[in-house]
Design a protein around this ligand. Sequence first.
Ligand code: PEP
Length: 254
Amino acid sequence: MPRELYIVGNWKMYKTAREAADYIAQLEPRVRNCKGKIYLAVPFTSIASAARAAKGSNISIGAQNVHDAREGAFTGEISSLMLKEAGAEFVILGHSERRTLFGETDFTIREKVVRALQDDLQPILCVGETLEERSGAGAQEVLKRQIHACLAGIPTEDVERVVLAYEPIWAIGTGKTASPKMAQESHAYCRLVVAELLGKKIAEHMSILYGGSVKPENGGSLTAQKDIDGVLVGGASLDPEAFAEIAHNCESKQ
Ligand code: PEP
């Protein structure tokens, strides 16, 4: 798949099914003419209503997690087939909140990436370093370890459907955004790691998104960078007006 501009909202644990439908009714006319892909990762219980509200529009609905088994005795979990039937087209995997608050490891995240690809849910794989890792020599090591652990050995025809999201953990929900230059350096490094691991062509075609306190004021300067192909937006995606503004401000990429 060629690189594309992605504007992805991650609602986290916000918005009920009814609120999701209201939000989409407000967002749709504001992003109707956007050239990028407009994705919303919503809570499980809001997927069906969001997908219904978004039907026929340029907005795609996805999930924020999935189990790696197709079905089974896994109380409280959800499968890719359940998500697909509800209307999800993609899934965010390896978000730092899943890693730190729910103990997800590179190993489990890889299993989920494989499951999502097998069941035709597009994975958005998150990687990123903590502040301590950044101030030491380790940021690049962390990115390399995460990318290798989650993507090594996945067949070409599958891995080319993966979107990567670089999300420095110190920038998530903190109001501290990486500067465009700093983010570009990390994105270029991620692309280099993907090239070494999976080949130059896959790396050139892989869309790599930036996430971490993206707002209408900074989205455009981030996506203006050569290796930043879109944004993953948490807090600011909860407001349809702000999210639509981000989508428009990022359009200069195309
Ligand atoms: C996120 O949750 O992926 C995120 C980037 O959050 P925020 O935009 O609020 O920093």
